[in-house]
Design a protein around this ligand. Sequence first.
Ligand code: NAP
Length: 248
Amino acid sequence: MNQVLLITGGSRGIGAATALLAARQGYVVAVNYRQDVAAAGQVVASIQGSGGQARAIQADVSSESDVERMFREVGQQLGTPTALVNNAGILEQQTRVEHLDANRLRRIFETNVIGTFLCAREAVRCMSTRHGGQGGSIVNVSSRAAVLGSAGEYVDYAASKGAVDTLTVGLAHEVAGEGIRVNGVRPGLITTEMHASGGEPERVARLAPGVPMGRGGRPEEVARAILWLLLEEASYTTGAILDVSGGR
Ligand code: NAP
């Protein structure tokens, strides 16, 4: 039976690195993206060029109907998912809490929290032995921001990742007897395009001297931790949240 992995936000950054590594480990990979079809296509082409199997699937994870359609399409095109990486996430312009408004809070929480919950729900429906599934593995991509709080930058984003950590622990306990492991990673400062969304593309370089290891991380370094948690090598690990942050 094929091991089928769905990665949300798999078109760039940490998600793309995870897609490429997972394909090398033998997963059939569904690369979800929201709008950047070209970037998703590049990841798929790279996997196929190395003899792997992958498809790009557009869906906005904050939309319940999109998430349901995405899981249906993965099932039809690649097979029932046996693994999910809940990676899609957003942040917005750096600011202080007194400048946040409800619309921004809704956008952040709809993608980072509701999207993560909806995808986890669909994965459980596919994987749980309670629903006739074969079991599986889920990894939620959180952030060290959940612990550090991101003061003066994006406390909303940090709080949304705190919710993701709570989901990881609660869902892990809920489905532990149904063949599903649920774990999380908390990346630190990783060099991706995400920091440009906060208005500071060079943020990693500015903050790197304060990291105990003295540098930012690469997406591939997070991908390796995600893959370890996904795979059977981590067969007795559930409800765990692994910091991948150079000590920060
Ligand atoms: P990135 O380079 O900005 O890539 C984000 C990905 O998410 C893209 O593929 C994007 O697709 C997708 N996406 C965004 N909103 C979506 C939505 N509503 N539905 C579906 N896909 C959506 O980000 P990254 O730095 O790799 O971050 C990946 C994850 O790691 C995020 O959860 C982030 O919070 C977390 N993280 C990152 C860092 C860091 O320093 N970079 C640190 C800690 C945690 P489109 O391009 O098509 O919109």
